[in-house]
Design a protein around this ligand. Structure first.
Ligand SMILES: NC(=O)c1ccc[n+]([C@@H]2O[C@H](COP(=O)([O-])OP(=O)(O)OC[C@H]3O[C@@H](n4cnc5c(N)ncnc54)[C@H](OP(=O)(O)O)[C@@H]3O)[C@@H](O)[C@H]2O)c1
Length: 258
């Protein structure tokens, strides 16, 4: 008789045996990496602050590897391919690396590093994984944390909101490319609202969500291969309303902190 067991963490492991998380040293990336380790996957974890990755390796040293990956480095593709080699291949890539600033003064350094990390670095890292999956010929899944900030350009965070829009558009472009080349590479675009991580630098924000809750939802969206996951339901409503605001009205709204 056919076994009709419901999906379990063991089956998660079977679908995604080899997982790479970049941006695993803190915040949501770290929590998502923990979920994959707990699910029994072979996991590679990466970020610039490698000392923060040791705890993740110690959760299961026989199947967790760590390395420094800086998505803004010239050799990011080599760094990522080296980690994938150590994993023995890749089934799922989770991109959590990102930065952003409240920057109404348009401080050039802040805008530049945001572009370097969220646009150029994102492209380099995701392309390295896409090309590797294409070359290996086994398909795969790419999930990335973008943001609801992409919904419209935000005056107080221009580079951040624009680069998050870039990321979403880039994922859509690669989705089309994967289908046209019949590569079997699929995508999840994870769009959280405000999450209480180091990213917000302790500033007060409305509708703040716990990182554990968001990481759970992000993990589930990735393993279910959901195409888009806006987290949580309140932000889904907010984004729906936000999209309806016409541009001439949006640019007149003063939503900056004093
Ligand atoms: N918190 C929020 O309210 C919120 C809302 C929506 C979307 N997001 C997005 O969620 C993602 C994760 O942020 P988080 O909230 O979890 O904050 P976080 O704790 O600051 O995590 C950011 C992660 O990105 C890594 N990173 C930054 N620059 C990197 C680089 N050049 N190379 C490799 N890794 C790099 C950091 O590691 P190292 O510093 O060790 O390299 C860290 O692991 C970001 O893309 C952010 O835009 C956050």
């Amino acid at each position: 008789m056919q076994n009709r067991r419901r999906p379990t963490s063991t089956m998660t492991k079977a679908r995604f045996d080899k997982v790479l998380v970049v941006g695993a040293s803190s915040g949501m990336g770290r929590l998502v990496a923990q979920r994959f380790i707990e699910a029994g996957c072979r996991v590679a974890v990466a970020a610039r602050r490698t000392e923060l990755l040791d705890d993740l390796v110690n959760m299961a040293p026989e199947r967790v590897v760590a390395a420094k990956v800086d998505v803004t480095a010239d050799d990011v593709a080599a760094q990522i391919n080296g980690l994938i080699d150590r994993l023995g291949g890749i089934d799922l890539y989770f991109h959590a690396a990102g930065i952003g600033y409240y920057n109404p003064e348009l401080d050039a350094d802040r805008e530049d590093v945001t572009l370097a990390t969220n646009a150029l670095g994102f492209t380099s890292a995701v392309d390295a994984v896409f090309n590797r999956m294409a070359a290996d010929g086994n398909g795969g899944h790419i999930a990335a944390i973008t943001s609801i900030a992409q919904t419209k350009g935000i005056g107080a965070a221009p580079a951040y909101s624009a680069t998050k829009r870039f990321q979403t558009t880039y994922l859509t472009a690669l989705d089309q490319l994967s289908r046209s080349r019949r590569l079997g590479i699929t995508f999840t675009d994870i769009r959280p609202g405000f999450v209480d991580t180091d990213f917000l630098r302790g500033d007060a924000y409305p509708m703040l969500m716990k990182p554990e809750k968001v990481a759970d939802k992000a993990y589930k969206a990735a393993i279910k291969r959901r195409r888009v996951a806006t987290i949580d339901w309140r932000y889904r409503l907010l984004v729906a309303a936000w999209r309806l605001i016409p541009r001439p009205l949006w640019v007149r709204l003063n939503i900056h902190r004093k």
